[in-house]
Design a protein around this ligand. Structure first.
Ligand code: ADA
Length: 556
């Protein structure tokens, strides 16, 4: 499945994944052997490759002619793309979309090869051994599209509430892919309005971004209770004939910060959330639609109103479902726990900025995304780290002024970056990594932020609390790692945070137990992070009912 809705009526497209491809590992005892695998997938889910770190080649064939665009929703983690044996593109990072265009293909059968590499190396600044798994494979859908001479690359819609009337700024990017000048006319229909754009003349290989602001007096707002969605359908005409189109979906909603609070369409928000990794014992990070939807069923059953995509941009299918269900999303660029030394990797800046750029360009219209997060628990206590935070937060703002930004810090009373983000966020683990009572710890931290940092007066949020609990391990000593201990710790942590007047919300670490990379040492039983409210198979632990009770009975 590509998206939660139809994205083209004119442009021909087909999903190339969703069927069997040939897979062949490049190293190890099975190198060169060919396996038939269902795609999208991670190779770790095949019994021969559950621990394979290396390169793997995926192959399929398709029939097409003319100009084609191949879109890869995610290849983990480094991809090299070959068409009929010739390299045509490469991309780093598992969690963002990339594409490539091949011009003037002869009609007939063509072979697409995707070489995926999940090895850690000095050239990989973001995928490093870590407290989650960097899988290998074509982990998200691959799409084939046929293009005319020019095509619509993206549309960005920014709703603004002006004197109680919705306005929307519409930006539209069109690109000429041929070596000749072309003249085009363009029309966009959105929420009952038609925008007829001025005719566009595009010189060879050039692109243009058109902009218009429209007013909408009869539309419904997107809210968490009534997540009303609208479609923006744009058509490109050449000599009066429709040659290309793009349909995207959006909602009329506005996120604002006033003082220490955050508002959705003027309504104060109280966040009751969970952090979630894309991880499943049967699918790795390549969760199919039904499994993603089932996760969101659990999240809503728990009474949560938000999810944090820790620690990377998520699959569009996931975001589409959050849009449809009114679930607020903190979406985060890819980085976890990088030290100053990690951040000094010569590839770090470019790789992190590319993820931000690709994430915001692709996910701009999702009404569910209400905060952009960056650099979870990185070196925000050092001057060098601060420069990186500043640059990346500035880039986020440059790409999107309509949403607040933040980062989750674990630098207790040493963080020097709180002047930079719109929201101050902390990951805290009282009763797990230390024994200070949660209220005391929280208050101490909050007072420090107000009295000693540039984060004073900003909204304050807890982006992680939690404790480990091994599914099925129960005893009356309530020892650490038992389900009892986890449930009791979470109850105390949650009550402290939700009752703290100046805290706008909380995210539990974490939704489900997850696999971690074996190369990372974290003292983790089962080589898993066991802080899930459900285990990796989504079986509820004792903490489930505690969380459900607290979340369901506390105001949103
Ligand atoms: C951190 C981090 C998470 C996870 C968690 C834990 O706060 O952001 O990725 O590692 O700690 O389980 O300790």
């Amino acid at each position: 499945m590509i998206r939660g809705f139809q994205t083209h009526k004119i442009r021909k497209q087909q999903e190339l994944t969703g069927c069997l491809w040939d897979f062949s590992p490049c190293q190890g005892e099975n190198a060169g052997n060919i396996y038939k695998v269902a795609t999208p997938c991670c190779w770790e889910n095949h019994p021969d490759f559950s621990n394979y770190r290396g390169e793997g080649e995926y192959k399929t064939t398709f029939e097409a002619a003319g100009n084609i665009r191949l879109e890869f929703k995610g290849v983990s983690h480094t991809a090299t793309i070959y068409l009929d044996g010739k390299e045509i593109a490469s991309h780093y990072n598992a969690y963002t979309i990339f594409d490539t265009i091949a011009m003037g293909l002869q009609s007939g059968e063509h072979t697409l090869t995707v070489k995926a590499d999940n090895r850690f190396s000095p050239k990989s600044a973001l995928h490093i051994p870590n407290d989650y798994m960097s899988y290998g494979g074509v982990s998200r859908p691959v799409i084939l599209q046929e293009l005319p001479c020019a095509y619509i690359r993206w549309i960005h819609i920014t709703p603004v509430l002006c004197n109680k009337i919705w306005q929307a700024k519409v930006q539209l990017n069109i690109k000429n892919i041929e070596n000749t000048e072309t003249e085009l006319t363009v029309q966009t229909q959105l929420a009952g309005k038609t925008i007829t754009w001025n005719a566009v003349r595009l010189s060879a290989f050039s692109e243009i971004t058109l902009e218009s602001t429209q007013e909408f007096d009869k539309v419904q707002s997107w809210t968490t209770d009534n997540p009303k969605l609208y479609y923006a359908e744009t058509t490109l005409f050449q000599n009066g004939t429709a040659v290309d189109d793009l349909i995207d979906r959006f909602g009329f909603r506005e996120i604002k910060i006033e003082g220490k609070q955050i508002f959705l369409n003027g309504k104060k928000l109280k966040i009751k959330g969970l952090c979630r990794h894309e991880d499943h014992p049967q699918f790795g990070c390549a969760l199919p639609y039904a499994a993603i939807a089932a996760d969101l069923d659990i999240l809503q059953h728990l009474g949560a109103n938000s999810v944090r995509t820790a620690h990377y941009p998520n699959d569009e299918i996931f975001l589409d479902l959050c849009d449809e269900r009114g679930i607020l999303v903190w979406e985060e660029n890819h980085a976890r726990g990088l030290s100053e030394e990690d951040m000094k990797n010569p590839y770090f800046e470019q790789q992190a900025e590319q993820v931000i750029q690709e994430m915001i360009t692709a996910h701009y219209n999702h009404p569910s995304i209400y905060i952009w997060g960056i650099l979870n628990e990185c070196a925000s206590e050092t001057e060098y780290g601060k420069e990186c935070y500043e640059k990346q937060l500035n880039l986020v703002k440059q790409l999107d002024q309509s949403r607040p930004h933040s980062f989750a810090s674990c630098k207790f009373k040493t963080d020097i970056c709180f002047g930079l983000p719109d929201i101050v966020s902390y990951n805290i683990y009282p009763l797990w990594y230390h024994d200070t009572p949660p209220e005391e710890y929280l208050d101490d931290l909050y007072q420090w932020v107000q009295n000693e940092t540039d984060g004073a007066g900003k909204p304050f949020m807890i982006t992680e609390i939690g404790a480990g609990g091994l599914y099925g391990y129960r005893n009356n000593r309530h020892a650490k790692w038992t389900e009892e201990y986890q449930a009791e710790a979470l109850e105390k942590q949650l009550q402290a945070v939700l009752n703290y007047k100046d805290c706008i919300g909380v995210y539990i670490w974490q939704f489900c137990d997850i696999r971690i990379s074996e190369e990372w040492f974290g003292g983790r039983p089962r080589t898993m992070n066991n802080k899930g409210i459900v285990d990796e198979y989504r079986r509820p632990k004792l903490a489930y009912d505690i969380v459900k009770n607290i979340y369901s009975n506390s105001p949103s």
